[in-house]
Design a protein around this ligand. Structure first.
Ligand code: DGP
Length: 112
């Protein structure tokens, strides 16, 4: 989608710290990391938010990829958090569906 920053990252039009990609998703480092490990897993297809998702296989793939990346980056045993912010009250700022993978520190609850 034109003017979508994550579509541009997916397409390789702007640089990002990509750590993984396959035919369905791309994962890269968050530009404003909130934990020692902070990756974003985004689908190649443009979906504005979780509210638009009907493809359960794609959503499952995003989650399985997050778990796999957590293992590969050494945070799975200690623990980690996967977050999907949805729309304004959910704190979403980039309107291309993405899951945050946060790890490498203790996560408090409830979130802010
Ligand atoms: P959210 O608030 O859930 O929509 O998270 C959006 C995240 O995207 C936020 O943590 C910062 C990150 N972000 C925004 N622009 C860029 C960018 O150009 N590159 C990278 N790597 N991350 C970005």
């Amino acid at each position: 989608m034109r003017d979508c920053i994550f579509c541009k990252i997916v397409a390789g039009d702007i640089p990002a710290g990509k750590v993984y990609e396959d035919e369905h998703v791309v994962a890269f480092r968050d530009i404003q990391p909130q934990a020692p490990l902070h990756l974003l897993i985004v689908p190649r297809v443009h979906l504005a938010s979780l509210d638009e998702v009907e493809d359960t296989a794609l959503l499952g793939h995003i989650m399985v990829t997050a778990a796999r990346l957590a293992r590969e980056h050494g945070v799975s045993q200690g623990g980690y958090r996967v977050v999907v912010n949805c729309n304004q009250d959910g704190g979403q700022t980039v309107f291309h569906l993405h899951a945050h993978l946060l790890g490498g520190r203790f996560m408090t609850w409830p979130p802010g």
